[in-house]
Design a protein around this ligand. Structure first.
Ligand code: SAM
Ligand code: SF4
Ligand code: F3S
Length: 446
């Protein structure tokens, strides 16, 4: 390692991340490995000696963005032939994409998938030593504990508790690019969070594609509820969040753990995807809207004031107008704090990609718009109800868009801006909410 470190001394590396929080967490590992290999990190492509793109394949627009950026850095390689360009993550884990990148983007030196993440140092060494293009998308991923992770600093951190997905929702590429579910041992997760708390982290977001099945691969049902309780006991940690929860196997035990653990934020991201039972069946989601409503009712009974968010796909191939109307109806009824909405994007190799669409592109984008308008109204109404409330805010720092203000998050993970001193960064403060908008709350320190 020392030899590698001295060889890389003075070299700069940049990791560009696309996609979900799990990818952000993977990039933190990649950056941790790079620092251990002697690289200095940069956010400037022009000065980088190594650019690594950690990619997302969930929708076509995510892939197009990566390919566009990959094209844009070609001239950098022409200017600096020693530059190493790598592409990793979910996109190249699909064989046809890996081959496309290899054939059409000749300036890419290193291609590897999610399963090879922990092999990155040796793949990079191979590329550098032999000056050959390296491709590694094989193998079923294991769990590699103890990888150096470069948490961003500050008071918040992502912690993956499991990898992969077994659900095969008919539209989704994730199970194909992330492999089967693999849960980390609770001891390892707890040890990592203890260490983070020792470094000043106050809020952890526990990550998995479906945390409700955490432990099932080790024969331990309801292990996530137990894990929440263990994390709740860690000194220094003030807030615990998690995502995502699949409605098909959220349990009473989990809702009880959420309700009973004071550090667990009363906030639940529970992806619904559609309000039509027919479409849910075609999506292979394995719950219906009645089950979904029952979970919401029970969760709200246990946790009054619970903040709820969800994911919705518009334009799934079998979605007809009446199915879409059912989605609008359930949004009105459940009243989510906010939704993440996506237009269906066919992913090669998934069952839904072969289905014929029941609606035209124009119809689908009109539906999308209609849903956003409805949800914006609901979000604004929900937010306006908290005007006058005093809330605990974990301060993140200067607001990005309003530099004369501080920005932080409340229990519901909503952004709250207020005037205050920069020294409050990473502290928990009390703020009275004075004005609410659809996406942001304003307040004053109390
Ligand atoms: N595992 C999480 C779950 O089931 O809730 C979701 C992970 S996925 C990265 C995030 C969201 O992307 C999904 O909930 C879904 O709404 C959306 N999504 C996944 N595949 C999609 C596709 N092919 N087209 C449009 N949206 C998609
Ligand atoms: Fe994709 Fe479904 Fe797995 Fe979520 S649960 S990652 S939507 S297959
Ligand atoms: Fe994208 Fe991979 Fe996450 S496909 S959404 S980065 S698991």
């Amino acid at each position: 390692m020392d030899r590698i470190k001295s060889r890389n001394h003075g070299l700069k590396a940049m990791v560009e991340t696309y996609g979900c929080q799990q990818n952000v967490n993977d990039s933190q590992r990649l950056m941790g490995m790079l620092v251990r290999m002697g690289y200095e990190l940069t956010e400037n492509r022009e000065e980088a000696d190594l650019i690594l793109m950690n990619t997302c394949a969930v929708r076509d627009n995510a892939e197009q963005r990566v390919l566009g950026n990959l094209g844009a850095i070609k001239h950098l390689k022409a200017k600096k032939p020693s530059l190493i360009v790598g592409v990793c993550g979910c996109m190249p884990q699909q064989e046809h994409i890996a081959q496309k990148i290899k054939a059409k983007y000749r300036h890419v030196d290193l291609i590897f998938g999610t399963h090879a993440l922990y092999r990155f140092p040796s793949l990079l060494a191979e590329t550098l030593e032999h000056r050959e293009r390296v491709l590694d998308i094989g193998g079923e991923s294991a769990i590699a504990e103890g990888l150096p992770t470069l948490h961003e600093g500050g008071a918040k951190a992502f912690v993956s508790v499991m990898y992969g997905c077994n659900n095969f929702c008919s539209y989704c590429i994730v199970p194909y690019v992330r492999g089967r579910e693999r849960s980390r041992r609770a001891e390892d997760v707890v040890a990592e969070i203890r260490e983070l708390a020792g470094r000043g982290v106050k809020e952890v977001m526990l990550l998995g594609q479906n945390v409700n099945s955490y432990g099932l691969d080790r024969g331990e049902p309801d292990a996530f509820a137990d894990l929440l309780r263990q994390v709740n006991d860690i000194d220094g940690i003030e807030r615990i969040r998690f995502m995502s929860s699949h409605p098909k196997d959220i349990s009473e035990k989990l809702l009880l753990a959420m309700a009973q653990c004071p550090k667990v934020c009363k906030q639940l991201h529970l992806p619904l995807q559609s309000g039509s039972d027919k479409v849910l069946k075609d999506m292979n989601r394995r719950y219906n809207t009645e089950k979904y409503r029952n979970i919401v009712n029970r969760a709200r009974e246990l946790m009054p004031g619970l903040s709820l968010t969800t994911d919705i796909i518009v334009g799934f191939p079998t979605e007809k107008r009446e199915d879409f109307d059912a989605t609008l109806k359930i949004l009105e009824e459940v009243r989510f704090d906010s939704i993440f909405s996506f237009i269906f994007s066919p992913r090669e190799g998934t069952p839904a990609a072969k289905m014929k669409s029941a609606a035209t592109e124009e119809e689908i984008s009109a539906r999308f718009q209609e849903m956003l308008e409805l949800q914006n109204r609901i979000s604004a109404e929900i937010n306006s109800r908290c005007e006058g409330e005093i809330q605990e805010i974990l301060v993140e720092g200067e607001s990005k868009h309003e530099p004369d203000m501080l920005s932080g998050r409340n229990y519901a993970n909503k952004i709250v801006n207020f005037r205050g001193d920069g020294s409050l960064k990473d502290k928990t403060v009390k703020v009275r909410i004075t004005k609410a908008q659809t996406w942001i709350l304003y307040g004053e320190l109390v």
